[in-house]
Design a protein around this ligand. Sequence first.
Ligand code: FE
Length: 253
Amino acid sequence: MPNTVLFDNGTHKNVLIEDFGLGGLAIQANQHVIVHGRSGMILDPGGHKVYSKVLSETFSILCEASLEIIFLSHQDPDIVAALNGWLMTTDAEAYVSKLWMRFVPHFGFDHLVKDRLNPIPDEGMFFNLDGALLAAIPAHFLHSEGNFQLYDPVSKILYSGDLGASIGMEYTEVTDFDAHIVHMKGFHQRYMASNSVMKAWANMVRGLDIDIIAPQHGAYFKGKGMVNRFIDWCADLECGVDLICPLFKLPVA
Ligand code: FE
């Protein structure tokens, strides 16, 4: 499928890169590129299998702009595995939770680029993209212990990482929330840490003006109605440690 432009006002552009699906072996993953003026940013660029395609696609979206920031929502392989390549081929600075600073280099780092991985503090931070301020906001334990989402106040898109991930459908935009739940529920019940942290997140993001919630896997939620339905669904979902205790039995041979 072609790239999807989620927002474009002439100076600010948000593009969802074409899905380079891997035939079902690796989980489908979305890559997002944000361009503001002369500066560009990629979110969760992915692993080695998609690296060359996502890299060339990113450069064509950037046109004259330069890639300055690589935002890593957390430490998983579908997000950071090809980071060394991205740092070797661009001058961008990469950012990941301070919890993962010493783990990400296990994917392999050239000494030339090792100083361009930067920590995000637990409270989050702002990125200045040629004058536009984008916020890394805390989303810890959703699912990773050191986990951030990115809020873009220009496009009003919340990039939610693994929260909102959906699997096993063909569409890229959710149009029927109730029918979509089946594609999210199992993943969220197992990967998200608990209802208390889901509620804390819901209370935080209700303070944001959001037009689109765009997860790293599967379809996005567009429009206030759909966005609010998703936030409400999260706030009510039992998951993670709420459900896992009965599984703690020694396996029987
Ligand atoms: Fe993950």
